[in-house]
Design a protein around this ligand. Structure first.
Ligand SMILES: Nc1ncnc2c1ncn2[C@@H]1O[C@H](COP(=O)(O)OP(=O)(O)O)[C@@H](O)[C@H]1O
Ligand SMILES: [Mg+2]
Length: 258
């Protein structure tokens, strides 16, 4: 990364978001702040319905917050029009979802090539990048297979390769292991972490699966729209919630923080 790169690659500053459902309004996020660093896997963990997917979609520019500011790669996303946000996502982001989102008629190689076609790359470049990405996630030998011929873990690796081939600075994963058995789930989360470390990518993963916690560089525990713990599982000697340089603007959790 260049020396002018921002310390935080994703920043939400006091964002709020609510949804109207008939006569009731549900406030999902209330003056919520968080900062995420590049070159590591940040996991937002919390129970279903606590607002993880909403947060991910706001931080990636898929959805707008009602209030507050969002910066990604130092660029202000809040207030931008949908075309600008679309261009930002095309250029800088990759997404991985629980349900893989693969096209049943396409081979693994074609799935990975598809988004590269929108990036203005040459045919040869597209092919080379797609092959390289499939190799990197360990399924280069499955390039001619269609989804029906692949296991769940392999399908998710195709989806990761599709995101990776864009060489995005930001990689967002929403419940990427939820449809997978334990072993495939671990392969997937370890792969996401390796991408962060090897490429300097900011990887933000949201999940309700507590088994992922030990494999993340940093964990933000979310409940009812608030982050109440922020810690690095790999740090020895530091208790959860005692990490000194966090930057979440979070509320203290059960007196766990000085
Ligand atoms: N588009 C929407 N319209 C209405 N309610 C929504 C919408 N998106 C999310 N919600 C509600 O917001 C809350 C948080 O949802 P979500 O962000 O999907 O949580 P999580 O990903 O942690 O399960 C839930 O109560 C959900 O029903
Ligand atoms: Mg969700």
């Amino acid at each position: 990364m260049s020396t002018t790169a921002p310390v935080f690659s994703l920043e939400a500053d006091s964002i709020s978001k609510s949804f109207e459902s008939g006569a009731v309004s549900i406030q999902v996020l209330r003056r919520f702040s968080v900062s995420v660093r590049p070159a590591e896997l940040t996991l937002v963990a919390g129970p279903s319905g606590c607002g993880k997917s909403t947060l991910l979609s706001i931080l990636s520019g898929l959805q707008a917050a009602d209030e507050g500011r969002v910066r990604a790669l130092g660029q202000e996303l809040s207030g931008e029009n949908s075309r600008t946000l679309e261009r930002f996502r095309l250029k800088h982001t990759g997404f991985v979802f629980q349900g893989f989102n693969l096209f049943s008629a396409l081979t693994a190689l074609e799935q990975v090539e598809l988004p590269l076609g929108y990036m203005g790359l040459s045919r040869a470049d597209i092919r080379q990048r797609a092959r390289q990405a499939l190799d990197e996630v360990g399924i280069g030998h499955r390039g001619s297979m269609r989804p029906a011929q692949l296991s769940g873990g392999e399908k998710q690796r195709v989806a990761i390769a599709r995101a990776l081939a864009k060489r995005p600075q930001l990689l967002f994963a929403d419940e990427p292991t939820s449809a997978l058995d334990a072993v495939s789930g671990q392969t997937v989360i370890d792969l996401l972490r390796r991408i962060a470390v090897d490429h300097g990518t900011t990887v933000l993963c949201v999940s309700h699966d507590p088994r992922l916690i030990q494999r993340a560089d940093r964990v933000l525990a979310m409940e009812d729209g608030v982050i109440n713990r922020d810690w690095r599982p790999g740090d020895t000697g530091s208790r959860p919630g005692m990490h000194s340089d966090d930057h979440t603007g979070a509320l203290p959790f059960q007196g766990d923080r000085r």
